[in-house]
Design a protein. Structure first.
Length: 408
């Protein structure tokens, strides 16, 4: 791998609302790293005042009146929840960042914005529900916080209904729009990351190759950051200075691409592009990571309600909260936040504490329905000790032959 010099200045604002307390934290950091094969040397730098000023001017935290207004409205939302003997924690973060990336071929300057929000609802018995919030404009933010809180209150009411410990969870699983993107990200996308593929520790590249069929012909998956830069913290280039191109991963059911940085793209040969090198900060080594990964909708006209109605016996996943996959085998585990048993095309018993098990290769082949509806969601993705913002998206997806267990 050729060396990459990566310098970074970050201005971050953080508004946190916990019950009746509000706090705002502002921070500035700067540093530089030399990233070479097998080594990373980094050091802190004194921030350049001109760069810092320019970054704050692009940050929502530069307008104290807007932040104060959002804080007051989120406090009011928390008070409404507290009247029901519940606790609500909300936060809004925006990070404005300037990077300079220098390689033997080029020097690239890039200015980036990363925005995120989250609301967490906690019940007296310790049950927690959370929703991530798109941060686009202050008005949209507050409306979405309120909408998410109402959705979590509805779910809390559902899971308080007594359900039988012996309840059988069907293996036919419906992932609604957006949640199906999380499913694909977790159980499939990670196995396509170039470091795993090039090292021979993923089933892809070792047993399954580009051009091999892995799913139905109506399955199309891509990683494309276009339109979502503010939600993934990237703008024009990745952390090696490579352009952020669209990468088809599955085309008409066949494997068509990998998630690569420059080194792994070179190792994997012609036709494999870079553009997915990412790092949490200048103190971390850049590695291949997903950016904005999604399943394309079909033209069937089916949506979530129609697919539920067409399902004799199944399990509707309301939310996924964690998961992992063994890249050498494809075996995966997904932890569900809340879900519902489907009987004869109707949503029936609400269930919490379900874990799904399966194999990624089998699951991809048993996808029998992909809807025409679609939703993108923001996520936090962890790998190699680094947490990065990503997006995932999908229509409604129905998968068969998963194993579902319930933690009573």
């Amino acid at each position: 791998m050729k060396s990459v010099e990566f310098s970074q200045t970050v201005c971050k604002g953080y508004l946190r609302i916990v019950d009746t307390d509000a706090s705002v934290d502002l921070s500035v950091k700067a540093g530089i790293a030399l990233d070479e094969t097998g080594s990373l040397r980094s050091r802190d730098l004194a921030p350049d005042s001109a760069i810092v000023q320019a970054l704050w001017e692009r940050n929502i935290f530069s307008c104290s009146s807007d932040i104060e207004r959002m804080g007051m409205e989120l406090l009011a939302l928390g008070k409404r929840v507290r009247n029901r003997n519940l606790a609500l924690t909300s936060f809004i973060m925006q990070q404005s960042e300037y990077v300079r990336i220098t390689t033997a071929e080029r020097q690239v300057d890039d200015t980036r914005i990363w925005s995120m929000g989250r609301s967490v609802l906690t019940s007296p018995n310790g049950q927690t529900f959370y929703r991530d919030v798109w941060i686009d404009s202050s008005e949209d933010v507050l409306a979405e916080f309120a909408s998410n809180t109402d959705a979590m209150l509805a779910e809390l009411g559902d899971v308080n209904i007594t359900t039988s410990p012996s309840l059988t969870i069907p293996g036919t699983v419906i992932f609604p729009p957006g949640t199906g993107g999380y499913f694909i990200h977790e159980v499939f996308g990670h196995m396509l990351e170039g470091d795993l593929v090039s090292q021979g520790v993923s089933v892809f590249g070792k047993h399954i190759h580009l051009g091999d069929r892995i799913g139905p012909d109506f399955l199309n998956v891509a990683d494309d950051p276009a339109g979502f830069s503010e939600h993934i913290g990237l703008a024009a280039v990745d952390d090696e200075g490579e352009p952020l191109n669209r990468i088809p991963l599955v085309s008409a059911g066949t494997l068509s691409g990998y998630i690569c940085d420059r080194e792994t793209a070179a190792l994997l040969g012609d036709g494999v592009g870079a553009g997915c090198a990412r790092r949490q900060s200048y103190k971390h080594k850049a590695v291949p990571r997903m950016r904005s990964t999604f399943v394309s909708p079909t033209g069937t006209g089916n949506d979530l309600n129609q697919i539920i109605a067409d399902t004799e016996s199944g399990f509707l996943v309301s939310q996924l909260i964690a998961g992992n996959v063994n890249p050498m085998t494809g075996d995966f585990m997904l932890i569900c936040g809340n879900g519902y048993v489907i009987v004869d095309g109707q949503i029936t018993t609400p269930v919490r504490g379900v874990t799904l098990y399966g194999n990624a290769l089998t699951a991809m082949r048993t996808i029998d329905t992909i809807g025409s509806d679609f939703k993108m969601i923001p996520l936090q993705c962890a790998k190699a000790g680094q947490i990065l913002p990503v997006c995932a998206g999908s229509p409604t997806i129905r998968v068969h032959d998963l194993i579902a267990t319930r933690n009573i």
